[in-house]
Design a protein around this ligand. Sequence first.
Ligand code: PLP
Length: 449
Amino acid sequence: DTSTDGVLTADTHLVQSFADLDLLKQDGARTVIVGAEGAYVTDSEGNKLIDGIGGLWCVNAGHRRREIIDAITEQLETLDFYSTFYNFTHPAAAALATKLAELAPGPLNKVHFANSGSVANDSAIRILHHYYNRLGQPKKKQILSRHGAYHGSTHLAIAMTTSAYSEGWDKVQGLVHHLRCPHHWREGGEMTEAEFLVALLEDARARIEEVGAENIACFIAEPIMGAGGIVMPPAGYHAAMGAICGDYEIKYISDEVVTAFGRLGHFFASKDVFDVQPDIITTAKGLTSGYQPLPATILSDEIHEVISDRGGVFLHGMTYSGHPAAAAAGLANIALMERDRIPQNVRTTGKRFEGNLRALADMEMVGEVRGSHFMMGIEFVRDKADKTPFAPEDMIGLKVARAAQKRGLIARPLGNILILSPTLVMDGAMIDRTAAILRESIAEVHAAL
Ligand code: PLP
């Protein structure tokens, strides 16, 4: 049924997430997606669009993959639902946890499932708080995050997120300390990238000394910041932050909600791309390619030993933690990725995508093209020489996104930035077409300034 009755009007009963409410009232502001196939989606007007945001950075294996759909259906026909609470378990959740332990780096061998990426991050924090209680260090509860970070939308995750996402909302107070955003182009001033790295590490050490390592449970970081605007840190940053965390006995949480499952050419990026061994990895999105909601909090053996093997009750979990249909989707998705060598292929196709987008940096309105493989951002500037940003009311990202959609490409505007995080199954022609559409769209918007 592709009926759009009621969904396009301003008085629809659906509350849109992260929506500009004034914009939504305009005619044509909503796009109704009614179908999908591979790297494309179809809207209610019959337009076939390249899904340049992979659903929401998640449909990594592509849309409507038969293997994943069949696995979900078969699972529901065998066991529709059982929880992983108390002493209950089921084969799909157990098998997926085993598979994730195999794929996750080093001693990350224990998996707790939740129901959204935000909650996977909340879980990581709650688990660490429990861990330090058990170790007799109940004061070690504070969290180091970064300006520019996005860790989710629950009450705790939004407190770890950059303040841009919580203006006017109350937040958990006194628990989170934001370190400098590691964005050299915007934050580095006259420093070289290497000098900027030194400054970032000095900032981190100074903040740790100020708060006191005995009060700090963890540092949480996305390998590449996503919803904060695609920020790739200076080379060596994560490895150095990992070493600092080690020195101060602070746990390192890598938020791989976006960067895992092939997006950067590997199942997980922390160790393979950024050379850091986290104590906890949180992930979601690409784990099922978005076919079912399923995040995971992957713990080191050492953390797990403290929180569970010494007895007592582990008072944490959600009804749908490890839902059978979601776990079946995850298993089928990973099997498909392994069979089709999706992460390995991304090392070629993703590099082509990145290269094509980087070539847009020759355009006058393009200040910086950044990111890696299939996780890219383009920042537009009013003046390229001094990086003067456009004003928010210029809605420049939105204008380029609309121009692109008119030409058959969905991209995500974020203020002056345009984000591309497509499916990982685009062929060379689609990749080239995406870059061509972006060039035409940027030129159109620039000409109309
Ligand atoms: N962490 C990162 C890095 C994310 O990008 C997101 C969502 O975009 C989240 C956490 C939150 O995940 P969810 O929206 O599934 O709660």
